[in-house]
Design a protein around this ligand. Sequence first.
Ligand code: ADP
Ligand code: MG
Length: 548
Amino acid sequence: MSQVGTTPEGVPIILLKEGTRQSRGRDAQRNNIRAAKLIAEIIQTSLGPRGMDKMLVDSLGDITITNDGATILKEIDVQHPAAKMMVEVAKATDSEVGDGTTSSVVLAGALLEKAESLIDDDIHPVIIAEGYKKASKKAMEFLTEITINVEPKDKEILEKIANTSMQTKLVSIEATDLAKLAVDAVLAVIEEKNGTFRVNLDNIKIEKKTGGSISDSELVSGIILDKEIVHSGMPRKIENAKIALINEALEIKKTEFEAKLNISSPNQIKSFMEEENQMLKDMSNKIKSTGANVVLCQKGIDDIIQHYLSKEGILAVRRIKESDMTKLAKATGGRIVGRVDDLNDTELGLAENVEERRVEEDNWVFIEGCKNPKAISMLLRGGTQRVIDEADRSMHDALMVVKDVIEKPKIVYGGGAPESFIALKLRDWSKSLSGRDQLAVEKFADAMESIPLALARNAGMNPIDTITQLRSKQSKGEKFTGVDVINGTIADFEKLGIIEPVKVKEQIIKSATETANMILRIDNVVASSRSSAPPQGGMGGMPGMGME
Ligand code: ADP
Ligand code: MG
């Protein structure tokens, strides 16, 4: 390949630095498509409730076992630039809607695979990309035909939504338990503004602790702090807590400049220490005078103050994270004060109970029974760290889908039914188009069916038979028919009650189309010699991932 051009006089012009490699045209396209397809192939076996888990080992030998598309791609070290773009599609879906990461990668891979056959027939990639764009726009319209409006705070619906998302990752009973927790958690922190609902998931604090089982997980209407009470003389439990939230260190301030103290007699030392002692005592008295019986401090607490506070029967915790302080304020309705002097009774937070409890080998402080808390905690339990980590990841998905539906209360039935319906409609619509657009839209329709196909394949069903039956039902207008992977047959998902947020489906179609199109439009890959992406051969040990 040439990195050198020539002037009309035949003098060579060197454009690229030595060692730079590039691949162009068909080569570049083919290699990009191949790399992207490989990523989709790796991921697609984890789609759906019958999807398999992946075991990922990082360079330090740490193991992650997961079924979560975004996590799998985050953990594997992908080097090929086009493969990296596939990782981006999962990340984008994960941060936008939380669920549907596997589907978006599978769909993007299928779109590229179908495009390849059109490129073989000499259709220009840009034409294909344009056709795909039209198809995706139309797909969104068709999606509205099967969309069902729901009540944003309908608990039954929300639990089903959370359940569908969790069923694909956890065993059934655990999923049902955790789905309930997810819904209760989100409903607790829901905010209403001008008739619309908003959810900020930062207001749900998730603590994980190995031990017990997943069904021992619980919700605390307040905040859990993974900290101990500072002093052994303090009470371990306070009911009707009045909580001072302080972000100043409870100790004698050190002067900013180095000061020299000239002491000429032991009496002077004594009076100096007494003075310090008095200042600390004053601080403790000040806190007491506000009526506070709990002190939660972002900074340190001096031993002497600890002593005075404990004599007053006040419970204190120190060095609390800033983010936790914010949550504490939201949960207890208190205000964080910067100086003890500014503290007064109106700023205290309230909780029914503040208590130190043993959680396995640690002592944690529970601030619970807050009235209308705007922030709450969830304690996830499970036999081993890996179990808890996967529960945490599926909890993230579940919280996100519940939020999705609360913020946009529209759902569709799952199991690949929407994808089959859209494929059918797109094929119909493509007949009204001409030439190349028609071909691209048909391919887009085929690609949509990669979702029910993968669901069927992962459940050990015959993919071709399943798709044929599915198409036949769909064409009879049975638009909620999908792949029932649990019973190994096709079924009406309205009856099964398996629902998903429309927001997730839209995001899958949108992000997969954008990524596939972006990859299709590339016809020149220039890799600098220092780039970590080796332009030739060994793509991180993955065969066939080279660009040459
Ligand atoms: P993603 O990362 O894309 O969310 P999942 O592994 O969670 O991937 O699988 C989601 C797919 O599984 C969706 O298409 C959903 O409709 C489907 N699904 C969920 N539960 C069932 C079920 N019981 N039967 C068939 N399909 C299901
Ligand atoms: Mg999912």
